[in-house]
Design a protein around this ligand. Structure first.
Ligand code: CUA
Length: 379
């Protein structure tokens, strides 16, 4: 006869010792996060609400560290304390415990209260960044491009192409969007980041508190030269990144000087967004290699690098300039580099389908020259 007996429920002999150890380690972890400067992981805070975001980071990291020590610690402790022993039967299983209401109550209440507290602390900061409207804010725009940023200011015509300047201690409302693919606008020293999405405007609000130059970093992979949208990464030949740009916080006087300078410089600039350029595109100096990379990003969703019949949305383009069976392009013109450039520039609409123009595709004249050189190299 098998003898049934209720096994004693035990936490193991070392339970309270390891609990005390975890408490001490957690206290050390919390102390570390509350006292250690964040300078070695992040640049010094240069805008409000950056300091609040850092406090939140410290709080979350401290709680996370304590939580990790207890959870991971108990897993290891219980695995050792209740390991299979030599004298156990080969099919022995541990003590089975069901329906402990007291435990279940507390392990529901404590995490819930904690998550509610974290949401409250986060939403308070998020509200200031996303919703609250400063009464005296400077409203500026940044537009992401492959692979640089441009900026727009009230009372400055056209776009500012080198750096973004704002005066210190004045609230800034920054609207961001993109002209081509998804980029992001991140100033680590401000702790703020917004995605730049074509057709969508995202807004962040902050007040720069320290005069200085702060790199703007793109954190969405946006094509082959994405890395150039980060000032801290030099190019292969050690030169400054052409797309590397800074967010400059000036004294009010310096800002006025800079702002006025652009008002004068851009006095005759067009306020229109980039649109179809007039006149034929010069194809001189087209780089097939650069065109190939562009093709992968801009064209390959609709066009295969295959024969004419390999259609995705539009026809396959492998033989577009060298296919005796198709001497003419889709618009009836002769298949010449100039006529391919014209379709890239102006787009096409007909029974074969619709292709957007260069503005909608975010192509510069140089891009078109590169694409034509690439298409011409495919035989
Ligand atoms: Cu722009 Cu990555």
């Amino acid at each position: 006869m098998v003898e049934h007996r209720t096994p004693a429920v035990s936490l193991g002999r070392g339970f309270w010792t390891v609990t005390a150890l975890f408490a001490v380690l957690s206290a050390l972890g919390i102390w570390y996060w509350e006292t250690t400067p964040l300078d070695n992981i992040l640049p010094a805070v240069a805008a409000q609400p950056g300091a609040d975001i850092d406090s939140l980071l410290r709080f979350m990291a401290a709680c996370g560290t304590a939580l990790f020590i207890f959870v991971a610690g108990y897993i290891v402790y219980f695995a050792i304390a209740f390991r299979a022993r030599k004298e156990d039967a080969p099919d022995a299983i541990g003590v089975q415990i069901h329906d402990n209401h007291k435990l279940e109550f507390w392990w529901t209440i404590i995490p819930t209260a904690f998550v509610v507290l974290l949401s409250f602390l986060s939403v308070r900061i998020w509200y200031g960044i996303q919703i609250a409207q400063p009464t005296n804010g400077l409203v500026v725009e940044s537009i992401g491009h492959q692979w640089y940023y441009t900026f727009r200011y009230p009372q400055v015509h056209g776009e500012i192409t080198d750096e973004m300047h704002v005066p210190v201690n004045q609230p800034v409302v920054l609207n961001v969007t993109s002209a081509d693919v998804i980029h992001s606008f991140w100033v680590p020293a401000f702790r703020l980041k917004a995605d730049m999405v074509p057709g969508l405007i995202n807004t962040i609000r902050f007040t720069p508190t320290k005069v200085g130059r702060y790199p703007i970093v793109c954190t969405e992979f946006c094509g082959t030269r994405h890395g150039e949208m980060d000032a801290e990464i030099p190019t292969e030949n050690g030169q400054k990144n052409p797309g590397a740009q800074y967010f400059v916080v000036d004294s009010p006087a310096d800002f006025q000087k800079w702002y006025h300078g652009w008002q004068v410089k851009n006095a005759n600039a067009s306020d229109a967004l980039a649109s179809v350029s007039s006149g034929a595109v010069s194809l001189a100096g087209g780089d097939a290699h650069a065109g190939q990379a562009l093709f992968a990003q801009k064209c390959s969703a609709c066009h295969a690098v295959g024969p004419f019949s390999q259609r995705i949305v539009g026809p396959g383009l492998k033989g577009v300039l060298h296919d005796p069976a198709h001497p003419n392009l889709v618009d009836g013109d002769k298949a010449t580099p100039e006529n391919v450039a014209k379709i890239l520039q102006q787009g096409y609409k007909g029974d074969m389908g619709v292709m957007p123009n260069e503005a909608a595709n975010g192509l510069s004249d140089k891009d078109i020259a590169n694409l034509v050189a690439y298409l011409n190299s495919l035989k």
